[in-house]
Design a protein around this ligand. Structure first.
Ligand code: NDP
Length: 266
């Protein structure tokens, strides 16, 4: 995907720029921001980093977003979440111009996804769809189960599967008989945020299993929401953690930045 973005940028001589804003010194956020910068370099996208101190005020952050909204070199704006507790994430997201909202978190873009008329898709669910497509399995008519209903992963994921005519069930912490529901899935997406939550007895033979979870264990290692060793024995296809959805998310961010540049340059 990144090579494809780079090839398009070179072929069509596109100038694309992505501004990444990070507030405070959360180590995980720092790793994500660095990975995004590296991906920009690889794709030929100019990256602009704004590293602000943890005590940045809401007003200062909104002012920066205003400046970036007006900057013609910046086609995409990404504010790395989570923000420090004293800042209002929702207000910051709503301040980003929907045309530069390459994360597709702005209410305008969320609404467009709902009705299926969108320019950008949120990077993580869009990356999951690419992974599902890469199996060659058609979503239409399949039983799809998404565990998790957050605004940034679970809900848009379910919507994308629905747009492709999957029969979609969304599960959450109040779902009864979760294992039984998951066992029905031809396509199972886990976005729970609990290490090794999905076990082999919850998975149908041959299912496509997409593991969105990124959990850090006490020993410092990363693991997903799916118990990879046992589920990989049963699944037809499975994504690993680390790897899989994480790198795909960044690749989709590059694609969205290219799309934003194309739209803004007419
Ligand atoms: P949230 O915490 O916002 O949502 C978690 C969801 O899981 C909620 O809907 C919650 O239900 C549900 N849940 C929690 N416990 C249970 C349970 N016991 N049974 C059933 N459902 C449960 O997380 P996110 O959606 O933001 O992220 C999910 C995971 O994906 C995290 O590990 C995160 O780090 C990772 N992530 C990875 C990305 C990537 O690039 N690979 C990008 C974004 C996130 P309820 O709504 O009822 O509380």
């Amino acid at each position: 995907m990144k090579e494809q973005v780079r090839a398009e940028i070179e072929r069509d001589k596109i100038k694309a720029g992505l501004a990444v804003v990070i507030v405070g010194d959360d180590p995980a956020s720092r790793v994500y921001v660095n990975n995004k910068k590296k991906a920009c370099e690889l794709c030929g996208i100019q990256s602009f980093e704004y590293a602000l101190p943890a005590e940045t005020t809401q007003e200062q952050l909104l002012e920066l977003v205003d400046t970036l909204n007006k900057d013609s070199k910046v086609n995409g704006i990404l504010v790395q979440l989570p923000l420090p507790k004293h800042l209002d994430e929702k207000a910051v997201i709503e301040h980003i111009s929907p045309l530069k909202d390459v994360d597709a978190f702005h209410e305008t873009n969320v609404g467009k996804i709902m009705i299926g008329n969108y320019s950008f898709l949120p990077c993580t669910p869009a990356g999951c769809m690419e992974l599902i497509h890469s199996t060659g399995i058609e979503v239409a008519g399949k039983e799809c189960v998404v565990v998790g209903r957050s605004n940034i992963v679970g809900k848009p994921m379910a919507m994308l599967l629905l747009h492709e005519n999957g029969t979609v069930t969304i599960c959450h912490s109040k779902t009864k008989n979760l294992a039984e529901v998951c066992r029905r899935a031809d396509i199972l997406v886990a976005a729970v945020g609990r290490p090794n939550f999905v076990t082999a007895d919850m998975v149908k033979d041959g299912a496509v299993v997409i593991d969105v979870g990124i959990n850090r264990l006490e020993n410092g290692k990363l693991c997903g929401d799916v118990k990879f060793d046992e589920v990989s024995e049963k699944a037809g296809y499975i994504t690993p953690v680390p790897g899989g959805v994480g790198p795909m998310t960044i690749a989709m961010l590059m694609k969205n930045t290219l799309t934003a540049a194309r739209i803004q340059n007419g």
